[in-house]
Write a protein that binds this ligand. Structure first.
Ligand SMILES: O=C(O)[C@H](O)[C@@H](O)[C@H](O)[C@H](O)CO
Length: 422
């Protein structure tokens, strides 16, 4: 830890999301979301944060972080995804945000972290343009109510994951297998982002940015064909989500898959941002597609690196590589690592401390190379519902016994507290 030297005003935080921790799916007028009945394992009561938020905010205060990234549950605010807000839903976030602010912690508000109201999905979800308008109305409701307490806003968490995992390969809700025909959902999310930026600024939001999932893409070999495949996957996973908001353009190779009028929306999409949030977990590897593969790439496993209990390769240096490449490629606003973390079991978690130490060292190296990074958020405060993987992966600095909802800070909690208090 001695070598992990960061500026005195560096922002240390932790991140969570509403659907993964709140529970209380049927309480106080919350409507159904696309995740409520999706997959083999249900979130159900999750960590019951809806009732135990005071205890969790006390953990945040004990941890000593300066910021807490949370998300608002759209179906709790607008049960049908449109129309008048549900006052009981707004009141929950009043209670939560007042508690966070009273603890001297800055709330960072994510407007959407994948829990689309079911009624909107039944109407077409991110496949239709109208959902962007609905989203802007929802963001305006949040801005008007909470911009006095939430200083940093993130309209959408990881639109890439929604498009690829939710609409292209059906790993996540809503579970569509549209492959490249899922790409219009990226455009409609970008439009939603742009309209929400306008709505939040109009409501007095001080700072608005992103939380985009980014991974360096490595070719499986030095062959031209593998390099071309890696470039294509890089355009899909990174370019399609960074270029429009940062440059006002789409990657050339993706334009054939976009709605015909997509270019008309780029001025709204590419509004200046106060920060660029990056969620980093691991690199990807691509090879030229085999016979009969409709995609211009195929994924290859990343080997030769230690792995998490969730079988993800641990490659800290890829974070440094990614940030330096982004700083060379884009006129980046200040950067925040809005998520980084790993799954390991147990309360005694030296592997997680090692993971965080090595990723923070890589982050420091990127800063030494000139990348303007202003803060870092660990995923996650609590063990929680890891989407289609359910409750098996444990990403928390705090262990949760899902039978009793007992919270137990892990060794990594004490380690992070020491780091952020320096
Ligand atoms: O990045 C994501 O996928 C999401 O933002 C989180 O909700 C995940 O739970 C976390 O990343 C661990 O996979």
């Amino acid at each position: 830890m001695e070598n992990l030297i960061f500026p005195p005003d560096f922002l240390w935080g932790v991140s969570t999301s509403a659907f993964q921790i709140e529970g209380a799916p049927r309480e106080d007028g919350r409507g159904p979301s696309i995740w409520d009945d999706f997959g083999t394992e249900r979130a159900g009561e999750a960590t019951d944060h809806y009732h135990r938020y005071r205890e969790d905010v006390a953990l945040l205060a004990e941890l000593g972080v300066g910021a807490y990234r949370m998300s608002f549950a759209w179906p709790r605010i607008q049960p049908e995804g449109s129309g008048k807000p549900n006052q009981a839903g707004l009141a929950f976030y009043d209670r939560l945000l007042d508690e966070v602010c009273a603890a001297g912690i800055a709330p960072v508000g994510t407007v959407y972290h994948w829990d689309t109201p079911l009624a909107l999905e039944d109407a077409g979800g991110w496949l239709i343009r109208d959902t962007a308008q609905r989203f802007a109305e929802y963001a305006a409701i949040l801005g008007e109510r909470f911009a006095d307490r939430v200083k940093m806003w993130i309209p959408l968490n990881e639109p890439m994951v929604t498009t690829v995992y939710g609409y292209a390969v059906a790993e996540y809700a809503p579970g569509r297998t549209l492959l490249l025909d899922a790409i219009p959902t990226a455009h409609h999310q970008h439009l939603a982002h742009g309209l929400a930026v306008q709505a939040l600024r109009a409501a007095g939001a001080e700072s608005v940015g992103t939380a985009n999932h980014h991974s360096p893409v490595w070719p499986a070999s030095g062959s031209e064909a593998d390099q071309a495949a890696a470039d294509w996957l890089d355009a899909l996973l990174n370019g399609l989500f960074a270029d429009p908001v940062l440059t006002g353009r789409y990657p050339d190779e993706l334009t054939p898959y976009l709605p015909a009028t997509a270019a008309d929306d780029l001025p709204v999409i590419a509004q200046p941002l106060d920060f660029y949030g990056v969620n980093y977990y691991e690199p990807q590897c691509a090879a030229a597609p085999g016979e009969g593969n409709p995609l211009p790439f195929e994924l290859r496993p990343i080997e030769g690196f230690p792995r998490t209990s969730n079988d993800s390769p641990i490659v800290p240096d890829a974070l440094r590589e990614l940030l330096i490449r982004f700083a060379q490629r884009y006129d980046l606003p200040p950067v925040y690592i809005t998520e980084n973390g790993c799954s390991f079991d147990g309360v005694h978690d030296p592997e997680r401390i090692d993971f965080l130490t090595r990723h923070l060292a890589a982050l420091r190296a990127a800063m030494d190379a000139g990348v303007d990074v202003r803060g870092y958020f660990v995923w996650s405060l609590l063990d929680n519902f890891e989407w289609s993987k359910g409750y098996a992966p444990r990403f928390g600095l705090v262990h949760v016994d899902y039978g009793t909802q007992l919270r137990t800070p892990k060794d990594s909690f004490a380690w992070y507290r020491k780091l952020v208090s320096r």
